[in-house]
Design a protein around this ligand. Structure first.
Ligand code: ATP
Length: 367
């Protein structure tokens, strides 16, 4: 990873509120996005991520608070005077124009000579892997190529911040995965701040240096992918990012930041401070445990840490992965095993008695 967390702030949200009529779409957004960061706004449909992106671009005014770009309050700065550029969901390119005309469109009022502009177009095309495509008709391009043209058109204006509103959502799965890698490479190459809107948690985890997870007009957690995955700060974030087993538990004691709980099927376990996010009031206490952190022990294998006896209730075979539901006394837990970790082992049948190894450090308490 080339991104350094010491980079200066590029975008700052200070208590940003936005109403559409009576509807409170952004409800006190705070946070910073750093220069050179690949940042994602992630959340379910309607949570306000596009609205927030549009407040950066200046397409949307705000009703309270401030949006700062590069240290400057944007309140009175119109969209066309901001150092940002947006690549849209539908990557609207002009089908009747050539690729080069599309890319050069933003330079039409630029005072540079025709030759200089042509060189800039060629440079932008090369950046997105479309060197030599300038004379092609835009309508004859594939979805992935159109996406690249849209990117080149935005990059040619040399913005400090590139805003991407679900740019890959129209592509099929394979192309989308390919373009995800391309976008990461491109961002590292140009080094400017990329801000991506997506509702796809996998996409956000794969691509981002940091992610703001949004629900109902608020940022629930702003962190790097690993922290979001390992230490979600609430049940909602834990549920939205990946899959998590929620196991009912009882709090036994609290001493000096450490909490001892009795979790159904797992027994007593002592949790450190960093395993107990501060957010409260989400219902009865549960411990969260990711399915990938559980390991099925085959006969003769000794557990590294703790093990619990269980019975397989359900098996779903995915080729390289197998998902099991295992009853561990009072509750079922999902276990996901990569077949790479168990070479040559057979897929186990429903009803098989197994031992599950688990690690206390993989638990998070939600209360
Ligand atoms: P999606 O992934 O579906 O695009 P989103 O998280 O980007 O969702 P926004 O588009 O920011 O959500 O919308 C947030 C809320 O504000 C939604 O409930 C939406 O209906 C509402 N909204 C957005 N734009 C307008 C508008 N111009 N007028 C009225 N309500 C709006």
């Amino acid at each position: 990873m080339t991104f350094s967390p010491d980079r200066p702030t590029m975008i700052e949200f200070r208590d940003v509120h936005k109403y559409y009529g009576d509807y409170h779409a952004l409800r006190g957004i705070n946070g910073t996005i750093r220069a050179g960061e690949f940042f994602s706004l992630l959340g379910p449909s309607g949570c306000g991520k596009t609205t927030l992106l549009r407040t950066i671009a200046g397409f949307e005014g705000i009703d309270n608070g401030a949006v700062l770009i590069d240290g400057k309050d944007m309140a009175k700065v119109p969209a066309n005077a901001r150092p940002t550029n947006m690549v849209f969901q539908s990557y609207a390119i002009f089908p009747h124009m050539s690729v080069a005309e599309n890319v050069g469109f933003g330079l039409r009022r630029d005072p540079r000579s025709r030759t200089e502009k042509a060189a800039a177009v060629e440079e932008a095309l090369e950046m997105v892997g479309l060197k030599g495509y300038g004379a092609r008709a835009a309508h004859a391009l594939s979805g992935g190529q159109r996406q690249r043209v849209a990117l080149a058109r935005a990059l040619i204006l040399k913005p400090k911040v590139l805003l991407l509103d679900e740019p890959l959502s129209a592509l099929d799965k394979k192309m989308r995965e390919h373009m995800q890698v391309e976008l990461i490479k491109l961002q590292r190459q140009v080094g400017i701040t990329f801000i991506l809107v997506t509702h796809d948690q996998e996409e956000a985890l794969v691509m981002s240096d940091r992610i703001a997870v949004m629900f109902e007009g608020q940022i629930a957690q702003l962190a790097d992918p690993e922290t979001l995955y390992r230490r979600p700060n609430g049940r909602k974030v834990a549920d939205f990012i990946g899959t998590m087993n929620f196991i009912p538990c009882q709090i036994l004691s609290e001493t000096g930041g450490r909490i001892e709980v009795e979790a159904k099927g797992l027994g007593r376990v002592m949790l450190d401070e960093d395993q107990v996010p501060p957010a409260r009031g989400e219902g009865e206490p549960v411990v969260g445990l990711r399915p990938e952190t559980l390991t099925m022990l085959y006969p003769g294998q000794e557990p590294q840490e703790r093990a619990v006896a269980g019975r397989i209730d359900e098996v779903i075979y995915f080729g390289d992965m197998t998902y099991y539901d295992v009853f561990i006394g009072g509750t079922d837990v999902e276990v996901r095993l990569s077949m790479r970790n168990v070479p040559g082992r057979p897929v186990l049948d429903v009803g098989t008695e197994v031992q599950l190894a688990w690690s206390p450090s993989a638990l998070v308490l939600f209360r």
